[in-house]
Design a binder for this molecule. Structure first.
Ligand code: ADP
Ligand code: ZN
Length: 823
């Protein structure tokens, strides 16, 4: 009788469809389990670390299988249900399971050939307990300090590397390093404590006596002792902010105490507070309308898995979320709270940790490998630590074992969609799928829901709850359009500011209020034009004009990073009469400094926030009032809750409206409404100035009237007429090649093949707005599918056409990207 062999299907971290089959040798059969990591040979030289997807006894026919080299884990790192989710993502978004694995697993759990291994100089490993290979590896690392995986393989053999690395990491003897620069820097908060924490009461009194001449310092010290519950069993941490506001003294007073070696300052990282020891804050009492919305949501959840909360800006959606989080925790379940931008997690994190203590984890791409693994493991454990995770879209890959609720704040944000690399998933849509697999509820929140989501709510696919008033019944801001045509005719412009906006800013500054100005372009000028031939200076790699940056006197491409020193003659015709056209944030900032001397102006865009801590510093300066006017790109449009902003202005409202995309109106409305929402969030009604050449434009009118429903009805009619989502599904194919003719040829071939199957559902290939990016020519094909079509079937046909095409001669040099539900 033939013995029954055991096989496993392994997901390997490579962009190939499907899983790979290996045989499990007898000595590993007891250890094999779905969700564990294994090491397998692949190709002639390499060995890979993958995850077991399935175990079975079906012998391969027609091909040989290799053996599994070993199993890395004692326990699975992921459950079957999450693997099922990976599988759904790969079939819905048309990508390989390995690509999903790459997106899902934190890099700390992957062993990859791009890793570098670094010795931990302070390790305390007793070498006697090491295996021979571990010993050899550690020895090599002690000599070289850092080694590439390949180099380590030379020492101990390729297949041994993953085991040795994983074991030495566990023993804290080495760590892995990814060769990426981390731009993210944690937000630190300053705390104080007594220099001598064991000081006796007697000595303290002597110090206080000595300080007698400086009553403010005495006040600060007494206040510290009080806030920290000094000399009790539960000493609390005191931040400088808490201290200055409690004692009513300035930071300088605290500094004096530090200088005198009475207090000591220490930093605490506040965006990843795992364990909040301070006083717990209770939730705010909900207002009557918040209370109604809360009850309605609960009721809607009894009927619907997903509920949309449509609440105007500053209506207090966050407090409702907190209440629901509390309820979910009380049921012993976990909460995932997704936000579109990681910059916004800080304010939120500190609020949540104060309400729910050390239950919180923060997870996004900018955390380092070890921190991510830590959260991964905690979320997987049964205990109640990390019952709440705040994160960007990638947090939906965490292995929640008991998820009760997913909150998706600002659900309309396009940053929930991953564009590069594959899987090109939509964090919102994929989370809804996850919730259905795990039996959790989803709350979508927005002041300006996406048309698709609102439609689903109207069609009774989602529950629907409205919150129409701002918290504290503050009025929505007054929105004033400024007709730029007329202003230019009257010659009343002051630089890029109309007289109205200028006067508004002046008035606000006189009232000691703050101002935010939005301009959707960074740099000084988006165009450097030749007055003679009219040509703009263009990027050598991309089909765009270069932006002039004054501070560096350079022309830069915002797509590929190409830059050159600004020239004084036209490259096309040689004439030396060049002029700048249009304004970016850098120019607006310069104008404001001239127009409002004595007022500090700050600028927030990708240029000013690339350095460590710069982002937080700008926010802090604006929050504490040392900056009067903040100019910025869309970075400043969302989420922030600044108390003292009474006026916001949009320098040019037309840029986005004219964008050739079926979502241009929706996007403009969302961005302008969100940005307007930054004004007057407390007692006083805020004002918004929209400068535009088209004040009568219907979208501008909807914004002025805070008329979301008007916008929705106009959009839904258009989309129905022209067959766009939510009435169809879109799939976009993008063909890229360094040669324009090849790109066109391959795209045409692809379009023709697809047209044979799908007929008029195939549009293109077309030359997109950006016809060349980073040296690659781009062509796009759009597939519009009826909702009733069998998605899985259609998708597998598309995949087949594309893979067939890819295998043909002369196609290999082209990239063909499939983007499902493009945004
Ligand atoms: P949204 O997310 O809907 O734009 P927020 O949740 O930021 O609104 O709330 C707006 C402001 O109102 C915040 O400063 C918040 O602290 C305050 N607020 C909301 N609800 C309450 C409440 N029930 N009690 C006290 N303050 C509240
Ligand atoms: Zn470029």
């Amino acid at each position: 009788m033939q013995e029954v062999k055991t096989y496993v299907e392994i997901i390997l971290p490579i962009a190939v469809k499907g899983t790979f089959r290996y045989e499990v040798p007898t000595h590993l059969i007891d250890k094999v389990e779905v969700g564990k990591r294994v090491v397998v040979p692949f190709g002639s030289k390499r060995s890979y670390c993958g995850v077991i997807f399935e175990i079975h006894n079906t012998s391969p026919v027609g091909f040989n299988v290799k053996n599994v080299d070993g199993i890395l884990d004692d326990y699975p790192i992921i459950d079957k249900i999450h693997l099922e989710y990976w599988f759904w993502i790969s079939s819905y978004y048309l990508c390989g399971l390995g690509e999903v694995l790459n997106a899902a697993l934190p890099s700390g759990l992957k062993i990859d050939y791009s890793d570098r291994i670094v010795i931990n100089e302070e390790h305390t490993v007793d070498k006697k307990i090491l295996t021979d290979n571990e010993y050899l590896a550690l020895d090599a690392l002690e000599i070289h300090k850092t080694l590439k995986i390949e180099d380590l393989a030379g020492v101990i053999g390729t297949s041994e590397v993953p085991f040795v690395v994983s074991s030495l990491i566990e023993k804290n003897a080495i760590c892995k390093e990814r060769l990426i620069s981390e731009r993210y820097s944690p937000k630190l908060k300053k705390y104080v404590e007594l220099e001598n924490v064991q000081i006796s009461d007697v000595d303290l009194n002597i110090i206080i006596d000595k300080l007698g001449m400086a009553p403010k310092q005495v006040k600060a010290l007494r206040s510290y002792l009080n806030l920290s519950s000094f000399n009790t069993a539960s000493v609390k941490e005191v931040s400088i902010d808490m201290l200055t506001s409690d004692a009513g003294v300035s930071g300088a007073t605290v500094s004096e105490l530090v200088k005198k070696n009475i207090l000591r300052v220490y930093n605490k990282r506040i965006d990843r507070i795992i364990d909040y020891k301070g006083e717990k804050e209770s939730l705010e009492e909900l207002s009557i309308s918040q209370g109604c919305a809360y009850k309605d949501i609960k009721q809607a959840f009894s009927k619907f898995q997903t509920v949309l909360l449509h609440g105007v800006t500053s209506s207090g959606k966050t407090e409702i979320y907190l209440k629901l989080i509390g309820d979910t925790l009380n049921q012993g379940k976990q909460v995932l709270y997704l936000v579109p931008e990681i910059g916004l997690t800080t304010q939120l994190t500190s609020r949540i940790s104060k309400c729910f203590g050390g239950n919180l984890g923060v997870y996004h791409s900018k955390f380092n490998a070890n921190e991510k693994v830590e959260i991964w493991n905690k979320v997987r454990m049964e205990e109640d630590s990390h019952s709440i995770v705040i994160g960007a879209r990638s947090a939906m890959f965490l292995p929640f074992n008991n998820l009760g609720l997913i909150i998706i704040d600002e659900e309309h944000e396009s940053s929930y969609k991953q564009n590069e690399p594959s899987p090109r998933y939509h964090g919102r849509d994929a989370s809804i799928k996850l919730a259905s697999l795990l039996g959790a509820k989803v709350l979508l929140g927005s002041a300006t829901p996406s048309i698709e989501t609102y439609y689903k709510a109207k069609e009774n696919k989602y529950g629907f709850v409205e919150l129409k008033t701002r918290f504290g019944n503050v009025e929505l801001p007054e929105i004033i359009t400024v007709d730029l045509k007329r202003e230019h005719k009257r010659k009343s412009m002051k630089g890029h500011l109309s007289l109205q906006l200028y006067n508004g800013i002046k008035e606000a500054l006189e009232n000691k209020e703050q101002i935010m100005l939005f301009q959707n372009r960074r740099g000084y000028s988006p165009y450097l034009l030749c007055s003679s031939c009219g040509e703009a200076t263009r990027c050598v790699n991309c089909d765009v004009s270069l932006t002039y940056h004054k501070s560096s006197n350079q022309l830069k491409c915002h797509y590929c990073g190409y830059q050159e020193v600004s020239a004084s003659t036209c490259k096309s015709c040689g004439v030396s009469d060049l002029r700048l056209e249009g304004a970016g944030t850098e120019q607006i900032e310069e104008e404001l400094e001239i127009l409002f001397p004595g007022t500090t102006v700050a600028r927030m865009d990708m240029d000013t926030t690339s350095k460590k801590n710069a982002f937080n510093k700008i926010i802090d300066d604006f929050e504490n009032g040392s900056v009067g006017i903040l100019v910025g790109t869309q970075m400043i449009s969302k989420g922030f809750d600044f108390k003292n902003v009474s006026l916001v202005g949009v320098i040019n409202s037309d840029n986005m409206l004219n964008f050739p995309d079926f979502r241009a109106f929706e996007r403009t409305f969302q961005l302008m409404s969100q940005f307007s929402g930054r004004a007057g969030r407390r007692q006083k009604r805020g004002r918004v100035f929209l400068q535009t050449f088209n004040p009568e434009h219907e979208v501008i009118q909807y914004i002025v009237g805070h008329n979301y429903i008007g916008l929705y009805q106009a959009e839904i009619t258009e989309r129905n007429a022209f067959k766009y989502p939510p009435f169809t599904r879109l799939i976009r194919l993008i063909v890229k090649n360094k040669n324009e003719i090849t790109a066109q040829r391959i795209a045409k071939k692809c379009g023709d093949e697809l047209r044979l199957i799908f007929g008029s559902r195939i549009l293109g290939p077309e030359v997109p707005l950006m016809s060349k990016v980073r040296g690659y020519y781009v062509r796009e094909i759009l597939i519009k599918l009826e909702l009733k079509s069998s998605v899985i079937h259609v998708k597998s046909e598309i995949l087949e056409v594309v893979s067939k095409l890819k295998s043909q001669k002369g196609v290999a040099s082209s990239r063909i990207i499939i983007d499902v539900d493009p945004v």
